[in-house]
Ligand binder design. Structure first.
Ligand code: DI6
Ligand code: FE
Length: 409
């Protein structure tokens, strides 16, 4: 049996921010969008709608948007969505003066989430992750990257990746999975980080053979892994033809961004302590800078990522929630639009490109993140007149309709 085809639909009189082409915002003042199946068949000025495209080809559902804003579906290209438990008590400890690093070194932090995740069964993990995914989707997200990294053994890493895959099968959202075994050292490997890295490398072929992994990530930092250990993980990924990305320069400058750029990384993420050499290497490699204002805010960091220098170098910047229980328990990409502007001083258009076209690039996906003929029909209609309004307000969700592959929610 053929899967049900999404109906043909024609969306008229929209203000469209397409992020396609050279115009600011890819702006169309009175635009129209024709959807056929799961693809955008045509987009352009409403007055230029080609009549011959509208006849034949089956029934056409026509919707007059009356000047409402239409944008690409949002892409959250850095999340740790699959885990159990929470870290509210750790939050309280931090309020009393303990630092994120001190808590991690004392065996709390990521390790406490690992214990809770290992103890949860598949169904519980799925239920928790699905609720988080739905919260993101309610704000217009249509593609989510999901990392492992709270299993930290062969079985539990594979379980977490399988839960992420299941999200993509059972919810109307696209999921890209990233294997992050090199997130933290599990307690059973205390003092044996090199042995643990050998394990992480050993798991990758099996994860790939099971169809569980689209990319490989690591946490290169003083409380994570060294550049040499990161290199071993990346060599294992490269041997399998898997793209890499890196949690780089979050708490200190380890030269991780330049290292990752040497492997043509899709993205380097966090980057608060990024050096000029790191920027130059990312620029040369075409690596996306993934900015995560939620973690910066929640850890009360004081070193800003070098946004002006990234901009001057022409490094594409993406924005993501970094949803995780320790450093960014945030389920709002709209809030990241606001924080990207207020805290990181992105322009509203940069912030928007960060959750659309540049986020797609950070996932290696050329078929989404813009409104253009031939791309996936993942788009959102907002009760707003201009996308800058969504950067300006916060704690406000003006979503009217979300379309995933041409199918309305
Ligand atoms: N950096 C982060 O901000 C998250 N992971 C990482 O490498 C935090 C993960 C956690 O604290 O649970
Ligand atoms: Fe992260």
């Amino acid at each position: 049996m053929n899967p049900p085809r999404a109906p043909r639909s024609l969306w008229r009189h929209a203000r469209i921010a397409s992020f396609d082409g050279d115009r600011p915002w890819g702006w169309l003042d009175d635009g129209a969008l024709l959807v056929e199946g799961d693809r955008i068949a045509w987009v352009g000025p409403d007055a230029a709608l080609p009549a011959e495209r509208l006849t034949g080809g089956g029934p056409l559902d026509e919707i007059d948007l009356g000047g409402a804003l239409l944008t690409p579906g949002l892409i959250d290209a850095h999340t740790h969505l699959v885990y159990a438990g929470d870290r509210a008590a750790e939050f309280e400890q931090r309020l009393q003066g303990a630092s994120y690093e001190q808590i991690a070194r004392a065996g709390g932090g990521i390790r406490s989430t690992v214990a809770a995740t290992r103890a949860a069964d598949d169904e519980a993990l799925f239920t928790l992750a699905a609720a988080r995914a739905r919260a993101l989707m309610a704000e217009g997200v249509t593609t989510i990257e999901v990392k492992s990294g709270y299993g930290l053994n062969e079985r539990d890493e594979a379980r977490c990746l399988a839960v992420a895959r299941r999200l993509g099968r059972e919810l109307p959202v696209a999921v890209r999975t990233t294997s992050l075994g090199a997130h933290a050292l599990p307690p059973e490997f205390e003092g044996r980080a090199d042995d643990y890295i050998a394990e992480v490398c050993r798991w990758l072929p099996g994860q790939q053979a099971a169809g569980l992994v689209d990319a490989v990530d690591a946490f290169c930092d003083t409380i994570g892994f060294t550049p040499a250990q990161t290199r071993r993980v990346f060599d294992a990924a490269r041997a399998l033809g898997l793209p890499v990305k890196l949690h780089a320069e979050q708490l200190s400058d380890q030269g991780g961004a330049a290292l990752a750029a040497g492997y043509r990384a899709l993205s380097c993420d966090h980057l608060e302590h990024l050096s000029p050499a790191g920027i130059a290497a990312m620029q040369a490699a075409g690596t996306v800078a993934m900015l995560l204002p939620g973690a910066y805010y929640f850890l009360r960091d004081t070193t800003l990522p070098p946004v002006a220098a990234l901009r001057a170098a022409g490094v594409p910047m993406a924005l993501a929630s970094d949803h995780n229980p320790g450093s960014s328990p945030c389920l709002s990409l709209l809030l990241m639009l606001n924080m990207g502007c207020t805290i990181f001083r992105l322009t509203p258009e940069e912030a928007w490109r960060g959750v659309t076209v540049h986020a797609a690039r950070a996932l290696g996906l050329g078929d989404r993140g813009r409104i253009a003929a031939g791309l996936r029909a993942d788009f959102v209609v907002w009760d707003a007149g201009h996308p800058r309004e969504l950067c300006y307000r916060f704690g406000h969700n003006p979503l009217r309709r979300r379309l995933f592959g041409g199918m309305p929610d």
